[in-house]
Structure formats: C-alpha cells, structure tokens
Design a protein. Structure first.
Lengths: 286, 286
C-alpha cells in the first residue's frame, strides 16, 4: 500500500501570499498615502454571492486593500449597469473591478464583459486580457487558474513535458487553465461533458485538474499512482462543501492533492489581492 | 488490408469558396460601386514571403478583391512601420490588413500586433480577436485553423465528443486550433516538442491535426485505423513541398487525409478572402 498523498495546502500558501501583499501594501501606503482599492459590482441579492463577497472583503481588509461593493438592484437596466461600470472604469481611485456573476437574465453578459476597462479587469473577463493569455503576453489572468499556477510554483511542481488533463472547458477555468499550462510547455488534454472516456485521459496523466462542478466525478480508479490532483470544484452536498474529487479514496493513491475547502479556493482569493495590487502599481507608474 | 483514405481536397473546397466569394463580390460591386480591399505589409524581401504574397494577390484578383502590397525596406524603424500601419488602420477603403511575418529582428512584433485595428485584423494577430476566440465570441480567427474548421464543415465531419490531438502549440495554429475544437465540444489534446510520447496521444485519436514543421513527424504506426489526418505542415525537402505527415504510408491506414500541397494551404487563402469580405460588409453597415 502506498503512502498517503501530500496535501497541497492552499490555505497556508494563500496566507503566505496575503502576508507578502500586506507588507507591500503597508510600504506603499507610507510612500503614496493611498492604498489599493477593489470594487465589486453586485447585482441582486443571491445569498451565495453575498457571502462570497463578504469573504473577499474580509480578506481585503486584512491585507490593507480597500474594498467597496456597488450594490445594484436585480431589476437594473443594461444601460444603468453600464453607466455604473463606467464610473468605476474612470475612477482613478479604483484599481480592480470585479463583476459578481451570474448577472440577471435581462442583462447581456457579453456586453458588460467587453465594457470593463481592461486595465482594471483583474479577473480577465475582457477578451483583450484573455487574448494576451493565448499569445503568452503580460496581462491579467482569470484568478482561479492563476491561483492553481501559483500553487504549482510555490510547491516547485515542474510542468514542462508533464502530461496534464484538465476536466472542464469553461471560459473562466478550463480553457484559460489549459492555455497557462501550454505556455509552460505541459502536454495538455481537455475533457468535458461530451468526452467519451475521461478516465482514459486522467489515468495516464501526471497531473489532473478538475473544474466540472460534479461531486465525486474523479474516483481513485481514474487516477495514476502518484499523480498530482487539483480539485477546483465547489459543490454543496448535504450542507457540506465538497469538490469534484472523491478525496478520501483518491488521497490514498495520489502523490499530492488539494483539499476542498482549503485548496484552490483560497488561492483564487489571494490572486484577486495580488492583481489588485498589480493594477495599483501600474496606475502609479502612469 | 484496408482501403485507402479519402483525400480531403483543400484545393477543390477552396475553389468552391472562391466561387462563392466571387459571386458575392460581383453583386456587392454593382450595389456599392466599390470592392473589398486587402492590404499586405511586407517588410524586406524574403523570397518565400514574396512568392506567397504574389499567390495571395493572384487569388484576390481572381475573385475581384483588390489587393495592395505596402513594400517597406528591411531597415525601416519601428516608428515608421507603426505610422504605415496606422495609415491602413484609418483608410476607409482598406478592409483587411495582413502583416507578413517574420518581421526584422529590430522590430518588436508584440507592439506591431497590438497596433493593428482589430476590425481589420483578419488573421487575428491582435489579442482582442484571439480573446474572443477563447470565450467563443464573434471575431476574426487565425486563417489556418479557421480553414481547417471550414474543411471539417464542408466534409460534414462531426467534432462533438471526438478525440482530437493537435500536434504543435504555436500562437497562430496550435493554440487557436485547440480552442476552436473545444468550442465545438471535441476532446482536445495538444502535444508539442516537450511532449514525452506524442504517439500515445495520436494513436488513440479520431482526428489528428499536425502543425509542427517537421517532415515525416507522423508515421503510420502513430495513427489509428480510420482516423482523420489533417496536415498543416509546409516543409521544403529536396526542392519539393511536403507536410509533417508520411503521406504515402499514412493514407493506407487513415480514413481521410489532407495532401500537401492541396490540403490546408488553399483553405488558409480562402479564409483570407472570406474574412476580407466579412470586414467589407461590416464596414458598410457602420
């Protein structure tokens, strides 16, 4: 029987990053007299969104980044929403803008995404930022895959030439995750709901990254002995938060694994902070 | 012994598209009094580039699209090149702009690419257009992968749920090719120079697309019986143009295959025409 997998501790690494950011913000505050600021547009009152936003604000507060929530009514018109966004786009004190998804059905997401100032688009919704990712340019990257890459980096996990399967091909996780891995010269397969035999890919992979939103999708028989398993799923089952991986069984076989909660999630939030700080520094230099 | 592969005739399909475009241009010319125009920026005098540009111009001429080459000296400064580009960006008579690569070493490609008017960027060099591709939006797509998708479409080749391997991960072919396939819900693996065992991917694939620039890279033992093989490579060997696939042997095993020349190449040029026409129509509607 093999040893248990090493736990890739996203919470600890996130805290490490938060401490680094906190020190840098403190220093910049002394020099500049102002701190970075994140603005979150929140349309409606979805409780899950509300509690996630609270968490983001609490962590911003902890590291000294100012945060504000622009609360907008569910029934806001497309035009009024774009006007609110434009105010943030043009406000010199706002460094990062997040638009909490999902937006109400009567709002055209595509229009809103393309209206964010790319320089403040820290979650890389705008095509310009996502395009820079394809050509390996320097721009914002969606925070969740960015956090996974940061986790690889902080655990010194080499990617070049590794066989990696990404399960899920969403615009905000699966596709950008695949592009980031390709830019590091990993061999990348992307499986999804239409894939005939996902196990045939995951079984041969050195690294499996799952972002499908399906509890227990990845079972122990689907994973190679010693593989690294990154679980980006967040699902609520019987009042508990679980990922997409059968954690208890898979950790007996994998070489390293992220827990849920405490894995990819805290890394995502750390990247929000990091990118807000990055925008602040770039705006200072303009 | 199996039957020989069906030849996917890019030349014939390209001609079909050219005829369609020619008819549409003729009609638009009568209505509008002007024809679409493609401008090609050519820095220096690389003979391979010069002959490819001649070919493009000949085909533009055939379908009634106006083309011009902006010939610039090898030693042109970055600033002067950007000035020339800007003239085309702002010229209402120019619908499509191509920048012939490679550019001289003293020119910063990244700056030039980001300076093209995205509305005229028919080969999708600009991050904005490439980003639209990631989020499955409507914008220009690099012409070579676009041509491969058009070939699939015109041969009624279904992609959803198919296992596809793309060999090569360049910014202008491999990566956009993978994204286009993912947007059609194929399962996509991308192999490249750092891949440990490319054959382990290609052997299991329903479709193999190769854009590596290495003659005979894909041999018969690497291909599944009945697979579809698309050869995007263009290499000169002993004065002959060959692709990346060992065509004679692979065609005994594959179900369908593109020849080189006469496969992906003519489709690329057809897409240039199609996208120039698209830009012309969009500019009319502004």
């Amino acid at each position: 029987m093999s040893e248990e997998a090493m736990i890739l501790d996203g919470s600890a690494k996130s805290k490490e990053i938060q401490d680094e950011i906190s020190a840098e913000v403190e220093e910049l505050k002394e020099e500049e007299g102002v701190v970075p600021k994140l603005s979150i547009i929140f349309v409606g009152d979805n409780p899950a969104s509300a509690s996630y936003i609270k968490l983001q604000q609490r962590i911003c507060n902890k590291v000294g980044i100012e945060s504000e929530v622009v609360d907008l009514p569910e029934e806001i018109s497309q035009e009024d929403l774009l006007d609110e966004l434009d105010k943030l786009n043009n406000d010199d004190e706002v460094n990062g803008i997040l638009i909490q998804m999902p937006l109400p059905d009567h709002i055209d997401d595509d229009k809103v995404i393309r209206a964010i100032n790319p320089d403040k688009d820290i979650d890389a919704f705008h095509p310009y930022n996502i395009g820079e990712l394809v050509i390996d340019g320097d721009a914002y990257v969606p925070c969740t895959p960015e956090g996974v890459m940061e986790l690889f980096d902080r655990y010194d996990i080499e990617l070049r030439g590794k066989d990696v399967t990404v399960v899920g091909h969403s615009n905000i996780v699966g596709k950008p995750m695949a592009l980031l891995l390709l830019n590091e010269n990993a061999t990348v397969s992307v499986c999804h709901i239409d894939t005939e035999d996902t196990a045939s890919y995951t079984k041969e992979s050195d690294i499996v990254i799952v972002a499908a939103g399906v509890p227990n999708l990845i079972t122990a028989d689907m994973v190679k002995e010693g593989a690294i398993v990154i679980d980006v799923g967040i699902n609520e089952v019987d009042g508990e938060i679980v990922g997409d991986v059968d954690f208890e069984k898979v950790k007996e076989k994998a070489g390293a694994i992220t827990p849920v909660p405490g894995g990819a999630g805290p890394m995502t939030i750390a990247m929000l902070l990091k990118d807000t700080l990055k925008s602040y520094k770039e705006m200072l230099n303009k």
